[in-house]
Design a protein around this ligand. Sequence first.
Ligand code: NAD
Length: 247
Amino acid sequence: MTKGVLEGLVAIVTGGASGIGAAIAAKLHAEGAQIAVLDRDIVGADAAFAAFQADVSDRASVDAAVTAAAEKFGRIDIVINNAGIGAQGDITANDDDEWARVLSINVTGIARVTAAALRWLRKSPSAAVCNTASIASTTGLPQRALYSASKGAVSALTRAMAADHLREGIRVNAVNPGTADTPWVSRLLDSADDPAAERAALNARQPHGRLVSPDEVAGAVLYLVSPLSGSTTGTCIEVDGGMAALR
Ligand code: NAD
């Protein structure tokens, strides 16, 4: 049997109990990585993975979970900052508390988790971080003001982290998924009067006529955290069915 490209490495995956995070965890695991899922709700986490309950907006819970993961596996080589939440509406739709909450999860959460893992990443010969941004990072999506602000910040943070940790051998990249077929999107569709019709309309609005699959996002993440992309840092792969190309 051939060895996976991540054999012997340990990856933390935030939001790894559902959707894109679960697909990333499965993909990295299939390539030989041991997986520590960090999620505020670990019920859905695959039993093949170690799961640590943590809220990325709470520094104490992040520190405790990252320490517990490092103690269990003895190393951390890869950090996948994928946990995130949505927000709808224009700039008047969310109050200051909601702006602070979303930015704390989607943006500061990345800094908290990566900072907690930094001393382990510095020891790894294969250190890599991948952040889940969004097409909202680069496209003006209507009625997504707060969410877009948070994901634009993820892109900028990705480049800044890449620059800061370049000489330490820690690569930092991101993916920009288009609308992906996850429980998050299903929840939104299920709240419509006619979920099937809404899903068909959503598919039709995508450049390639369908939603992005979480596994396709995971494929890009695998490339970005594996030695296959050893000279790639501070960049982002669009997994959006061509949406960025059509802008
Ligand atoms: P999802 O709701 O299916 O899964 C998100 C996971 O993150 C859940 O397990 C949830 O418990 C966890 N989580 C949420 N807040 C957390 C917190 N504070 N601390 C720890 N864990 C937390 O969502 P998804 O669609 O898989 O989205 C995952 C990421 O992908 C998000 O960052 C999202 O912004 C991004 N994204 C999603 C889409 C899409 O269309 N689904 C498109 C672009 C980007």
